[in-house]
Write a protein that binds this ligand. Structure first.
Ligand SMILES: [Fe+2]
Length: 313
């Protein structure tokens, strides 16, 4: 039985590496986040839509394997245990019978004995799903379509967005995440969350996420978080981000008219030469971060970043 499972996982991985050209080749793992809006007695830990070595050299195999097989599955197991116990002890609760998404949106309604476990492990389960599905090697590495327009209008361009997002990740104290989120009015913003808190609990819709817990990069980069952030841009999968944005709008009944939608080849491969030029350009840009004089010393200019737990500063 175990051998059969292994063969299955390997087959999925091989298919994932080979798939790259059209929406009809999407794997169920590409949209694993959709399960959070469904009620489940037990939420399964989703497989990755690619092999463990598929993000090399940006995220190495050892890091990805322990992150997915160790950390993510642990959150999943503990979340399911907490949900099971809550549902058993509190059979009349309507919230307990709701989807994980509804539960995370209404954390204050979860009774105290289970609230912390669900907040931490439910957040860990959901946050990592978005993290894993928004990475892919050799696909579009910049926003496209409407999202590109939103990024330009909000941040003044993709490079400025990268600068602000990277700054938030470098400055995040302790463990947490940096996110690109959308609100009900379709405004996008960069926020950070501490520990395993999820933007969903603040009524926001996560689009892109960078896991800034040390377990996400320590094996590969040791304590050099900046190196991890720089490498991660190479696998940020904007096709998946647009797909998630479209899905969230369906979830909240805020869909566009059919005629206004543009068709994208979400998984379209970027030619090697274009990818190489893109990465060189980004490295040059990252070296040219804006510097200001603070207390007689030259430092990176701080950027205003909104936190989930604090007003816009
Ligand atoms: Fe993580």
């Amino acid at each position: 039985m175990a051998g059969g499972v292994t063969v299955c996982v390997l087959l999925v991985s091989v298919l994932a590496v080979g798939s790259s050209s059209s929406t009809d080749q999407l794997l169920p793992e590409d949209t694993a986040y959709e399960m959070i809006t469904e009620y489940r007695d037990n939420y399964p830990p989703p497989n990755l839509p690619y092999a463990y070595d598929a993000l090399e050299p940006f995220v190495n195999e050892a890091t990805l394997k322990v992150h997915h097989q160790g950390h993510h599955r642990a959150y999943c197991t503990k979340m399911n245990a907490a949900l099971k116990e809550w549902r058993k002890q509190d059979p009349e609760s309507q919230l307990a019978k709701s989807s994980l998404y509804d539960i995370m949106k209404n954390l204050s309604g979860v009774p105290e004995p289970w609230r912390t476990a669900i907040r931490n492990n439910g957040g860990g389960f959901i946050n990592h799903i978005f993290y894993f599905v928004t990475m892919r090697n050799k696909v579009y590495t910049a926003p496209m379509g409407e999202l590109a327009k939103q990024v330009n209008a909000t941040f003044g361009g993709y490079e400025r967005f990268m600068e602000e997002f990277g700054e938030a990740a470098r400055n995040l104290f302790g463990s947490g995440y940096v996110w690109l989120v959308e609100d009900e009015e379709r405004n996008i913003s960069i926020i950070n969350t501490a520990n395993q808190d999820s933007p969903i609990s603040d009524g926001l819709y996560p689009l892109l996420v960078l896991d800034v817990w040390e377990h996400a990069y320590y094996l590969q980069h040791m304590n050099r978080r900046t190196n991890y952030i720089g490498k991660w841009w190479g696998v940020a999968h904007w096709g998946a981000v647009s797909r998630i944005q479209e899905w969230w709008r369906k979830v909240r009944g805020d869909e566009d008219e059919e005629d206004d939608e543009e068709e994208y080849d979400w998984e379209k491969e970027v030619p090697e030469e274009k990818m190489r030029r893109s990465m060189i350009g980004r490295k040059r840009f990252q070296r040219k971060r804006r510097r200001v004089e603070v207390g007689g010393k030259m430092r990176d200019k701080p950027r205003a970043t909104r936190s989930c737990n604090s007003p816009l500063v």
